[in-house]
Design a protein around this ligand. Structure first.
Ligand code: SF4
Ligand code: SF4
Length: 468
């Protein structure tokens, strides 16, 4: 196995990006496949993740997609519930909740998300890199293939690898698009002539080329330079954060040779933790921005410790305080503060979700109108009602006045309204109140909206009018 000594330079590693050479060129990462319990666990989790990722667009709840984020039309379906631009305040609060959660989670668990859940890591390490190992062999063979002249063997391997990468990128792009426009719209793009869905076809190809470029060429640069979450690590982590860490108290002074050895630490300086690292760093230099907590170095080092007869865990999940002062995990004041904020926004979000209606309604008095006499004993006011149906089905509604003997007279002579699926309904109607119930110039009235026999919501408004 080989590794790049430049990366290991303890003096300069913080001044350099591991993916760039001293001459400013791209340094290609040839990571070895780790073997160990963490890699096995990540493999199992990635199978589950891939099944969920590719299967979710086909799952529906009550006829609505389980997850669809149609940013083009501003329609969202989450857990089968439809959300519209009118629900923007729910999204606003959901975003705040997510940001606080990410802060809190990162403060406690470091970049656990990057190594175990992030789609970029799962696809890169568990799908594309495995294909690369399978076609081109281990990093030594990959280096040899790169240096070899363009013969039939090299051409065949490169074509097979890039064709496989492109096919999977195309599959990912299809799935990704179905999360935006829905599976039915995607199937139309696939089945019908390109000319009928030119925009959708272009989007599909753009996504395909972007995914192909990311996994075939850009790779770990997404994590080390592009991803904003990765860039935030410096301000989110503290000495209590649990990260993948090298126990320098136990490992140093490092050096080759048999263990135990008087005056030597447990690190046998074998560089196994470096050659498996997909971002090309040496974790023995300390926590670094480039570390995606993929645990490959833990597996590699545990394997070495087994071979030399020392306990596992020279590289492990641990906080800086745990390693430096042998302190147990401490729930810091900053963590407590974020937890309180998180609980508050979660309660707010849950309240908004539980009190959210399938139909939004806006009631306004007609402009420029005061009141009219109706017969000798009543007055009327004219109102406009707008209804927004957020469901996939028609919603018939009925209007009723509450707390009065007055009545409603809909323009159009109907007593019930039907709001079309995913559309708007509007009604104009008179509210007629007996003069005996009008005590001042402004009378507060309540209008209830019923769906079937169930009251959905009550609207309050003012009835204008006076009697001699
Ligand atoms: S240092 Fe270890 S955990 Fe971090 S990216 Fe490299 S191999 Fe993964
Ligand atoms: S794998 Fe373990 S023993 Fe080998 S260099 Fe890394 S930390 Fe030291």
């Amino acid at each position: 196995m080989s590794y790049d000594k430049e990366i290991l330079n303890e003096e300069f590693f913080r001044d350099r990006v591991p993916t760039v050479t001293l001459e400013g060129k791209r340094r290609w990462m040839y990571a070895w496949q780790p073997k160990g319990k963490f890699y096995n666990m990540r493999s199992v989790l990635s199978v589950f993740y891939l099944v969920v990722f590719f299967g979710l667009p086909f799952v529906t709840i009550n006829g609505n997609p389980m997850l669809q984020l149609n940013v083009v039309e501003g329609k969202f379906s989450i857990l089968g519930m439809l959300f519209w631009p009118q629900d923007f305040f729910i999204f606003g609060l959901a975003m705040v909740t997510m940001v606080v959660f990410v802060y809190l989670f990162t403060m406690i668990y470091g970049r656990l998300f990057c190594g175990w859940i992030c789609p970029q890591t799962i696809f890169m390490e568990m799908v594309f890199r495995r294909i690369e190992w399978w076609i081109e062999g281990n990093p030594n063979k990959q280096r040899a293939l790169k240096a070899a002249p363009w013969n039939m063997n090299k051409i065949a391997k490169k074509v097979l690898k890039h064709a496989s990468f492109f096919a999977i990128a195309f599959l990912i792009a299809n799935t990704f698009l179905s999360y935006i426009i829905g599976k039915d719209a995607l199937l139309k793009i696939i089945r019908e002539p390109v000319s009928m869905h030119f925009g959708g076809f272009v989007a599909l190809m753009v996504f395909t080329f972007v995914f192909y470029a990311v996994y075939a060429f850009v790779r770990e640069i997404v994590c080390t330079i592009v991803c904003p979450y990765g860039r935030l690590q410096g301000v989110l982590l503290d000495r209590n954060s649990i990260v993948v860490a090298y126990d320098y108290n136990r490992g140093e002074p490092r050096g080759k040779g048999k263990r135990p050895h008087e005056g030597m630490g447990d690190c046998v300086d074998c560089h196994q933790c470096v050659v498996v690292c997909p971002t090309g760093i040496d974790i023995r230099n300390g926590t670094q921005l480039e570390c995606i907590n993929c645990t490959a170095c833990i597996d590699a080092c545990n394997h070495v410790m087994d071979r030399v007869g020392l306990p596992q865990g020279l590289i492990r999940y641990a906080s800086e305080n745990e390693i430096a002062k042998k302190e147990k995990f401490k729930f810091s004041g900053r963590m407590k503060g974020y937890t309180v904020v998180l609980v508050l926004v979660l309660v707010g979000l849950a309240t908004l979700l539980l009190t959210r209606n399938d139909v939004d309604a806006t009631l306004m008095r007609a402009r420029g109108q005061l009141f009219q006499e109706v017969g000798t004993d009543s007055l009327s006011n004219l109102y406009n009602l707008t209804l927004v149906n957020k469901t996939h089905g028609e919603v018939p509604v009925t209007l009723k006045l509450e707390g009065t003997t007055g009545r409603i007279r809909l323009i159009g002579n109907e007593h019930s309204l039907v709001t079309p699926a995913e559309g708007q309904g509007a009604a104009t109607f008179f509210v007629i109140l007996p003069k005996s119930e009008i005590k001042s110039r402004e009378t507060k009235i309540k209008l209830a909206i019923y769906k079937g026999g169930k009251k959905m919501r009550t609207l309050k408004t003012i009835f204008l009018g006076y009697t001699e």
